[in-house]
Ligand binder design. Structure first.
Ligand code: FES
Length: 94
């Protein structure tokens, strides 16, 4: 199973998730507090994550991310990006 490391402030949580689930689903499955104000529908960006490593293990960027202006290689919406392998992320605090 892919290993997902979340950095939130100065804390890090390393969890395992099922391949093909989104970053948000894996966070919630494991009690990681990733904000998701729009309910994971790609309309708010509160789930924004910066990719520290393993970006190649995330699914392709979708229209919802592009519509929200999340087009930088190093930024992904947690509710839209699927996880296919190990990845290390920094949760963006608003
Ligand atoms: S939870 Fe709102 S954009 Fe991801």
């Amino acid at each position: 199973m892919p290993k997902v490391t979340f950095h939130i402030g100065d804390q890090a949580s390393e969890v395992e998730g099922e391949a093909g689930k989104t970053i948000l689903q894996i966070a919630l499955d494991n009690g990681v507090p990733l904000e998701h104000a729009c309910g994971g529908n790609g309309f708010c960006t509160t789930c924004l994550c910066k990719v520290k490593s393993g970006g190649e293990n995330l699914g392709d960027r979708n229209d919802k991310e592009e519509n929200m202006g999340i087009t930088e290689e190093s930024e992904r919406l947690g509710c839209q990006a699927t996880v296919n392998g190990d990845v290390e992320l920094e949760v963006v605090d608003f």
